[in-house]
Design a protein around this ligand. Structure first.
Ligand SMILES: *[C@@H]1O[C@H](CO)[C@@H](O)[C@H](O)[C@H]1NC(C)=O
Ligand SMILES: *[C@@H]1O[C@H](CO)[C@@H](O)[C@H](O)[C@H]1NC(C)=O
Ligand SMILES: *[C@@H]1O[C@H](CO)[C@@H](O)[C@H](O)[C@H]1NC(C)=O
Length: 310
């Protein structure tokens, strides 16, 4: 008797699990993507350090910042933009005074994702990120957290505001006043996008930029009424810019293909013409000795006047 309600309980639990698992796992996926949206795509062609010092956000003071910069420059420069993004998110997390433990855990997860792939650079940087950087933040983040408070006008985010290269219609500068508590993350999104679009086509980077900025907007809950609409507007502009670029690239490619086909075909015709001409002329040369006589003969036969002139 008792086993029946127990069983229904279990099946209800199972059903709930079934219903919630996909949500949880898709949330996980989304989250993984968002903490490090570009995952180093910006630097795949470069060996040099990708981030200038003034845009570097790792480290809480001059010394730790210099130190982390030199380690990354030395060991994994092509991951610099992605690692720097983890630090940017962490800065804004502190600035908004979200629970410190959550900010720190997100940071460690972010850098773990960035150094996940089994490349030489990841392998070199992973131990530093996993041990030194995470520990430094855990033990050294106390004062940084204490002194970060975006709600207090006397401690602003104080970062360089970066805009998107070559897409003035994106209105990116506007985002900083619409999402004032995500300034550092938004600047890092722009840096990543600019690096990405310097080595890839814009359409390759546009979707990542939108995920990056929309994730940033999700964190600025205090300004959700202004921030998300502004980010959506910017995203629309970037995506339509990117599809215009793609369309013009396609037109150009089509033009090049048509031009090449035409060139090949006309070269082919020229070749055939030359071939038949050279064949014809050698035949003519062969027949040349008879030809003259023959023509004169035939001319005579055709035109009786010629015969009379003799
Ligand atoms: C941050 O600053 C605001 C405004 O000055 C203040 O009300 C708030 O208590 C501060 N938060 C913390 C955690 O210090
Ligand atoms: C972010 O930048 C905007 C635009 O310059 C500024 O008004 C805002 O105060 C900044 N946010 C913080 C937290 O400093
Ligand atoms: C913004 O957040 C507040 C409180 O979290 C919520 O009540 C409001 O509906 C949100 N606005 C938008 C546009 O999402």
């Amino acid at each position: 008797m008792n086993s029946i309600p127990g069983r229904t309980d279990m099946s209800v639990t199972l059903l709930l699990l079934f219903l919630t698992l996909p949500m949880v796992s898709s949330h996980e996926l989304r989250r993984r993507r968002s903490v490090a949206p570009f995952l180093g795509s910006g630097g795949s062609n470069s060996k040099a350090m990708l981030i200038p010092k003034n845009l570097w956000h790792c480290g809480s003071d001059g010394f730790t910042s210099d130190y982390s910069y030199s380690v990354v420059e030395e060991s994994c420069p092509t991951l610099a933009a992605a690692i720097n993004h983890c630090c940017a998110i962490h800065d804004d997390c502190y600035g908004q005074q979200f629970p410190r433990e959550m900010c720190d855990q997100d940071f460690c997860k972010c850098t773990k994702d960035v150094t996940r792939l089994p490349t030489a650079e990841s392998t070199r940087c992973r131990p530093f990120m996993e041990k030194e950087a995470c520990l430094a933040i855990e033990f050294g983040g106390f004062f940084a957290y204490l002194f970060s408070n975006y709600s207090d006008p006397s401690s602003p985010s104080n970062n360089d505001l970066v805009v998107l290269d070559n897409t003035p219609e994106s209105d990116y500068m506007n985002l900083y006043s619409m999402c004032p508590f995500a300034n550092i993350t938004l600047a890092s999104c722009a840096v990543n996008f600019n690096l990405c679009s310097s080595v890839h086509s814009v359409d390759f980077c546009a979707a990542d930029l939108c995920h990056c900025t929309m994730d940033a907007a999700d964190t600025d809950v205090l300004h959700n009424d202004t921030c998300l609409p502004a980010v959506t507007h910017t995203c629309r502009a970037v995506l339509s810019h990117s599809s215009r670029v793609l369309a013009s690239q396609n037109t150009r490619n089509l033009f090049i293909i048509v031009l090449s086909v035409l060139t090949i075909v006309s070269l082919g015709f020229v070749g055939i013409y030359m071939f038949t001409k050279s064949k014809g002329s050698s035949k003519m040369m062969e027949e040349g000795k008879y030809l003259q006589i023959h023509t004169v003969e035939s001319a005579r036969s055709v035109n009786p006047l010629l015969t009379n002139t003799d």
